[in-house]
Write a protein that binds this ligand. Structure first.
Ligand SMILES: [Zn+2]
Ligand SMILES: [Zn+2]
Ligand SMILES: [Zn+2]
Length: 134
């Protein structure tokens, strides 16, 4: 059963790898449809969830509350700077955040603390474009 959809998951994985920055399931479904793969939206959702669970993709929540995904260049724990206009993503280490999160959790008696910290904004190129008067 799990094996049957392997080629579809491979197609979703490669489409995710080709995408710039973070994309939603709808975005990927649209690009797969252009290639006439016949892969349905529900399959795209399942494939993305499986890739995120395997650690092959990053899953984030966009500011609009939508799940968005990216094939990740970095392994292990890291954070992202994401341009909300063009989707450019920078993978960042945030040592201050690690220290703060551990200390804050410990202060409240929490152990095995995890966190998700991603920064959404406008990248340098989009900021420069915004400054140009129309
Ligand atoms: Zn990442
Ligand atoms: Zn940008
Ligand atoms: Zn962290």
């Amino acid at each position: 059963m799990a094996q049957r959809n392997t080629w579809q998951r491979d197609r979703v994985r490669s489409a995710l790898g080709d995408a710039q920055g973070f994309v939603s399931a709808q975005d990927l479904h649209a690009s797969l449809r252009e290639d006439n793969t016949g892969i349905g939206l529900a399959t795209v959702y399942r494939a993305l969830a499986a890739l995120a669970a395997n650690g092959e993709a990053d899953q984030l929540q966009s500011p609009e509350g939508e799940a968005i995904y990216r094939a990740c260049a970095s392994e292990g724990h890291h954070h992202h700077l994401i341009c909300r206009s063009c989707g450019t993503t920078v993978e960042i280490q945030a040592h201050d955040v690690e220290t703060w999160a551990q200390r804050t959790a410990a202060t409240h008696g929490f152990t095995q603390a995890e966190h998700v910290v991603d920064i959404f904004g406008l990248c340098a190129a989009c900021t420069a474009r915004n400054r140009v008067p129309h």
